[in-house]
Design a protein around this ligand. Structure first.
Ligand code: ATP
Length: 589
C-alpha cells in the first residue's frame, strides 16, 4: 500500500467537519488496508507507532521536526519561525516550504506504508547519546523522498499531533462498521488490551470471532474501571442496594501493576509504562506480594519523610525527572494502597465479584511500610458511611469510594459505572465538585492579555456519541505563566475549523483539537441556549452551562480528552443541584 493513499485519506479526514463522514472515510480506509498493515495504519492514524504501554515514543519535538524541514527545504530559520508562528503546525510549514521547493525539483519516490512505518520505528528506537541527530537524519531522509502532502502528515505523525479529530473510539466504531458486530464488542477487546492496533489487526485477520475471544494477559494493561459520583451517603446506599464496601479514596497516582515471577511492570491510568519512575515499587512488589503472576491495582501516595503523613499528589512530580529517580526515591517516598486484583496465577478475576477479588487480594498482600491494603469496611447505614468519610478526610484522603458488593460487582474494564461511587469532600460553592473539561476553542485576549488568549472554550465529552459539547468559556484562575503556557499549547493544537467531533453554537476565534484537559470549578450549573452540553435533556433548545467557571490550576495532562467529565455526569450534577436547592427552599419554608 502506498503512503500516498493513506495521506489522501488523511486529507479527506482533515477536510470533513462531520463525525459520520469521518467514520465513513475511516471505514473505507480500513476496508482497503491489507490485513498485515492494519495495526500500523491504526497507530499512525492516531499519531503513534506502538500502543502507549510499550513505552516507546517517537520523541520528536516540534523543534526537531522544524529542523528537519529546514534541512530539506533549505529555507532560512527566520522564515521557518515566522511560518510556524502563523500556522502553529509543523505539517503546514512543511507543506508550504516543500511545496515551493517541489516546483523546481519534481522527483518524489513512491514510498510504501511499510517503508514509512519502519522509518518511524527507527526514529522511535533511536536512543542514547546522538539519538536526536539520528532521529533528525532519518526524518530528513523520508522528507526528502516524499511529496509535500505526504510530508505534512508524516510530520504530524512524528510529533503526535494529527489534527484529524480521530480518537480510539472513532476507530473502534469504524472497525465495527467494516467487520460487523457491535461497537461495544470492539470496545471490550480494546478495554482488555489497550491496543488499538492489535484490535484492528485481529479483526482483519480473524474477523469478529477473534474480537470476541479477547482475554486479559499479564504484561498487557487493562483499561481502568472508573467511578461515578454522588454527594450524599443516602443516595449512595440507595444505588448500592443498601450495602457497600466503603474504602478511603487516596489522592495519588493510580497504578496497575503486572507481576510475572521476577518481572514487574507498572502502568499508569492511561496505560503508559511508568516502571522506570518507580524502582522502589518494583522491589516492594517483589518482596511483599505473594503470587507468581498477578495484575493488581493500587494508588501510590507520596508520604512525608519526617512524619509519614500523606502529602499532596503533586509531590509525585519529582518522579518524572528521569535523571534524578534515585534521589527522588529517597527524598519523596510513597506508600502503595492496593485496592483490586484482576488476575491471579492463571485465573482471570475480572468476572469475579468485588468481595471475591478483595478476599484474594488480602491473601497475597503482605503489609509493610510501603505496601498496604486500602482501608475499607462493609457499611449499611448512612451514619456509618458519613463517619468513615469524615475519618478519611481527616487522614488526608479526598473522601471515600463506595463499592457495590452485589452479584454483578465484576471488574468493568474501561467503564465508568455505578459499581464504584466516589464521595468527595465538599467545595465551598454550590457546584460541589470540580470537572475536567477539554479545550476546544480560544478567544484572543484584550488589554493586559493582548497577544495571548484571554479565554478558552471548554467542552464536556458525550461518551455515547463520541462528541464534545461546549459548557463554558473560562478566563479566570489563570496565572500569567499559565496564560503563556496555554497560549503556546493552543497554538500547537490549532485547527482550521471546529473539530468534526465538536458540537458548538458559539464561534471561537481559534479552534482547537480536543486534547487539552483542564480542571474547572464553577459557581453553579445553569440552563443555556448557547452551550450544547446535554442539549435538549432538560429543556428544548437548551444545553447546560457552568456559571463563573475558574481554572483550578490543575492541568490534567494525565488525561485524554475522552477521559474528561461526560455531559451525562454534568447533567447528573445539575439534577442533584436542583434537588439541593429544592430541599433548602422547603427547609426555609
Ligand atoms: P479523580 O480525578 O476524581 O480522582 P478519576 O477520574 O481519576 O477521579 P474516578 O473514577 O473519579 O477516577 O475515581 C477513581 C480513582 O480514585 C481511581 O482512578 C484511583 O486513582 C483513585 N482511588 C483512590 N483510592 C481508591 C480506592 N480505594 N479504590 C479505587 N480507586 C481509588
Amino acid at each position: 500500500m502506498l503512503f500516498a493513499v493513506l495521506a489522501s485519506y488523511y486529507e479527506k479526514l482533515e477536510a470533513t467537519t462531520k463525525r459520520l463522514e469521518m467514520i465513513d472515510i475511516l471505514s473505507e480506509l480500513f476496508s482497503k488496508t491489507p490485513p498485515e498493515l492494519m495495526d500500523k495504519v491504526a497507530y499512525m492514524t492516531l499519531g503513534e507507532v506502538y500502543p502507549a504501554y510499550r513505552g516507546l515514543e517517537l520523541g520528536v519535538a516540534e523543534k526537531l521536526a522544524l529542523k528537519a524541514v529546514q534541512r530539506v527545504s533549505g529555507a532560512r530559520e527566520t522564515t521557518i519561525s515566522q511560518l510556524y508562528a502563523q500556522h502553529g503546525d509543523v505539517g503546514s510549514v512543511a507543506l508550504i516550504l516543500l511545496g515551493q521547493k517541489a516546483q523546481t525539483t519534481l522527483s518524489f519516490q513512491e514510498l510504501t506504508v511499510e517503508y514509512v512505518y519502519s522509518s518511524l520505528e527507527q526514529i522511535a528506537k533511536a536512543s542514547g547519546p546522538g539519538a536526536q541527530e539520528t532521529k533528525l537524519a532519518i526524518l530528513s531522509r523520508i522528507l526528502s523522498q516524499t511529496s509535500p502532502v505526504e510530508a505534512k502528515h508524516i510530520l504530524r505523525i512524528v510529533t503526535g499531533n494529527m489534527r484529524l479529530g480521530v480518537a480510539d473510539m472513532t476507530i473502534l466504531e469504524a472497525l465495527a462498521k467494516v467487520f460487523g458486530g457491535s461497537k461495544e464488542e470492539f470496545e471490550r477487546a480494546y478495554n482488555l488490551s489497550s491496543d488499538i492496533g492489535l484490535v484492528a489487526k485481529t479483526a482483519a485477520l480473524e474477523g469478529l470471532n477473534g474480537i470476541r475471544d479477547f482475554r486479559i494477559r499479564v504484561g498487557v494493561p487493562v483499561r481502568c474501571m472508573l467511578a461515578e459520583r454522588l454527594s450524599t451517603a443516602e443516595e449512595i446506599l440507595l444505588k448500592t442496594d443498601g450495602r457497600a464496601f466503603v474504602e478511603h479514596k487516596y489522592d495519588g497516582e493510580r497504578m496497575q501493576i503486572h507481576k510475572s515471577r521476577e518481572t514487574v511492570l507498572i502502568f499508569s491510568r492511561r496505560q503508559e509504562n511508568i516502571t522506570s519512575q518507580y524502582p522502589d515499587v518494583v522491589s516492594a512488589v517483589l518482596s511483599n506480594i505473594e503470587a507468581d503472576e498477578a495484575i493488581m491495582e493500587c494508588e501510590a501516595v507520596p508520604v512525608s519523610l519526617d512524619t509519614g503523613e500523606m502529602l499532596p499528589f503533586q509531590e509525585l512530580m519529582h518522579r518524572r525527572r528521569k535523571k534524578e529517580i534515585e534521589k527522588a526515591v529517597e527524598e519523596y517516598p510513597i506508600t502503595l494502597y492496593f485496592f483490586d486484583l484482576l488476575y491471579l496465577d492463571g485465573r482471570d478475576l475480572t468476572n469475579s465479584t468485588f468481595l471475591e477479588r478483595r478476599t484474594a487480594l488480602e491473601k497475597i498482600v503482605k503489609p509493610s511500610e510501603t505496601v498496604k491494603l486500602s482501608y475499607g469496611k462493609l457499611v449499611t447505614t448512612p451514619e456509618d458511611l458519613d463517619k468513615l468519610f469524615n475519618e478519611a478526610v481527616e487522614l488526608g484522603c479526598e473522601g471515600v469510594i463506595a463499592k457495590s458488593v452485589g452479584e454483578d460487582s465484576v471488574y468493568r474494564a474501561g467503564a465508568r459505572g455505578w459499581q464504584w461511587i466516589k464521595y468527595k469532600r465538599d467545595y465551598r460553592s454550590e457546584m460541589i465538585d470540580t470537572v475536567d473539561l477539554v479545550v476546544v476553542g480560544a478567544f484572543h485576549g484584550r488589554g493586559r492579555r493582548t497577544g495571548r488568549y484571554g479565554a478558552l472554550l471548554m467542552a464536556s465529552y458525550d461518551d455515547e456519541r463520541d462528541v464534545f459539547q461546549t459548557v463554558c468559556k473560562v478566563g479566570s484562575g489563570f496565572k500569567d505563566e499559565d496564560l503563556e503556557y496555554f497560549t503556546n499549547l493552543v497554538n500547537s493544537n490549532r485547527l482550521g475549523h471546529p473539530s468534526p467531533r465538536l458540537e458548538t453554537v458559539l464561534e471561537a476565534d481559534v479552534w482547537v483539537d480536543p486534547r487539552i484537559v483542564l480542571e474547572i470549578i464553577g459557581a453553579e450549573i445553569t440552563l443555556s441556549p448557547t452551550h450544547t452540553c446535554a442539549k435538549d435533556s432538560i429543556k428544548a433548545g437548551h444545553g447546560l452551562a457552568i456559571r463563573f467557571p475558574r481554572y483550578t490550576g490543575r492541568y490534567r495532562d494525565d488525561r485524554k480528552a475522552e477521559d474528561a467529565t461526560t455531559s451525562k455526569e454534568i447533567l447528573e450534577m445539575y439534577r442533584r443541584q436542583l434537588k439541593r436547592i429544592e430541599a433548602k427552599v422547603s427547609e426555609e419554608r
